[in-house]
Design a protein around this ligand. Structure first.
Ligand SMILES: [Zn+2]
Length: 418
């Protein structure tokens, strides 16, 4: 029991870091960084590397119908649902080597600690690498975990194409052939894990600014996307008097000011971004006929998103500077609150090492957002320098990573001891 609840003490920090360096070589860019697009040669090699490391620890390796790879350390009672730990090994086109890989190799470090201590446990433990989290080659991302958790149909994932016209289904077939040739067992169907844990870099500045090496994550904020069209009347910029104008830019500007006003009534956790804006005909001496723009709206609370959605729809139904508006919600992803019991377990593990650790809400999506629909799920974050990710300059401190991995191992151990 004691070995399990203090499993973090058995983590081999040097070996964990060597694993990180080894993985960083697969798809390495010069002078630094990583390119490992989902289901490309590098991504497939990263899978096989993981399988080999797991086998050295006496684990069985499995893959499923989406190319998700699992390493299983058997429990004394194989019929129990396994504790699942992991993240993803694919990357953005010009990425760092920590996003995703950290969470998979933290799981591997837990397997190493259990193996080294010859610690037996009732419940099996599995480490997973989810296919195509990034969505950089095949959009949308998190397809492996979304399918596993029953959140997306296989057919819609398989028909996705990359920019070169290659199909997800064909790339997956090549990946699966390699796994088959490597004698990895095929276990097509998803299962229900006992719990899912994911360690990830924060991809934001909070932990670094607090000087904290790790923290528990309470949930993932939701996102609403809108596309907005403001329709005016094109006319001569010099001859049309003010009262006769229906200027789409002026209308869009007034509408955006009103939308911002509605957003400002809520707490500071709200995120409102207009990242795209275009005018037609886009000529210096012509009053704009049409303005189109995007809205990315985020908040951890479903109630706040719903209330802002209603305000946005009402504002979009009005006329602005004589222009008509069409405001459409193009996609909605509901926020997720992680399992409070699991969050507390992670939090108390982290606080053994970092008493002042906060609990954060994730601003970015992760595989855990889908797993939360399937089993008790929670995440842990660790700082990355200046909050930079999706870039070769992504960087973490080895000392912080070791603390995070030990806290993850303590959490896994305490769940296995139950
Ligand atoms: Zn990631």
């Amino acid at each position: 029991m004691n070995d399990l609840t203090s499993l973090g003490a058995s983590v081999d920090g040097q070996r964990f870091w060597d694993d990180m360096l080894d993985q960083a070589k697969i798809g390495a860019l010069s002078p630094r960084g990583l390119r490992r697009l989902a289901l490309d040669d590098n991504d497939n090699r990263a899978r096989l590397w993981l399988v080999d490391r797991g086998r050295e620890l006496g684990c069985e390796a499995y893959y499923d119908a989406m190319g998700n790879v699992f390493l299983r350390r058997e429990g004394q009672d194989p019929s129990l649902a396994p504790l699942l730990i992991g993240s993803h090994l694919d990357s953005q086109p010009s990425a760092g080597s920590y996003d995703g890989t950290l969470g998979v190799l933290a799981g591997l470090a837990v397997l190493r600690a259990l193996h080294k201590g010859e610690i037996s446990h009732q419940r099996p433990v599995e480490v997973v690498s989810w296919t195509n989290e990034e969505g950089a080659r095949f959009a949308p991302g998190a397809s492996g975990s979304a399918w596993f958790a029953g959140q997306r149909e296989a057919a819609s994932i398989l028909e996705a194409q990359d920019d070169d016209g290659s199909r997800f289904a064909d790339a997956l077939a090549t990946c699966n052939e390699q796994l088959e040739a490597h004698q990895v067992h095929y276990r097509p169907e998803p299962f229900t894990p006992y719990a899912f844990l994911e360690l990830h870099i924060e991809q934001g500045p909070v932990l670094e600014s607090m000087g904290v090496p790790a923290c528990a994550v309470k949930g993932i904020q939701g996102v609403n996307w809108y596309s907005v069209t403001v329709e005016g009347q094109a006319n001569h910029a010099g001859t049309t008097p003010e009262h006769a104008r229906r200027d789409a830019f002026t209308g869009a500007h007034a509408l955006i000011t009103a939308l911002r006003g509605a957003v400002a009534e809520h707490d500071e956790a709200v995120r409102f971004t207009i990242g795209k804006f275009a005018l037609e005909p886009n000529a210096t001496n012509t009053i704009p006929q049409q303005a189109t723009f995007s809205i990315d709206l985020r908040h951890p609370s479903a109630a706040v998103l719903a209330s802002l959605d209603e305000r946005f729809q009402r504002l979009g139904a009005e006329q602005w500077s004589g222009c008509s508006v069409e405001l459409t919600a193009s996609s909605r992803v509901a926020p997720v609150e992680f399992d409070s019991h699991l969050v507390e377990t992670l939090d108390s593990s982290v606080k053994r090492y970092a008493p002042h650790a906060p609990q954060l809400v994730s601003g970015a999506f992760h595989d855990a957002i889908h797993l939360a629909h399937r089993c008790p799920t929670a995440m842990m974050f660790m700082p990355c320098r200046a909050g930079i990710s999706h870039h070769p300059d992504e960087h973490i401190e080895r000392e912080d990573a070791e603390v995070a991995v030990r806290a993850m191992a303590d959490t896994a151990g305490s769940l296995l001891a139950r």
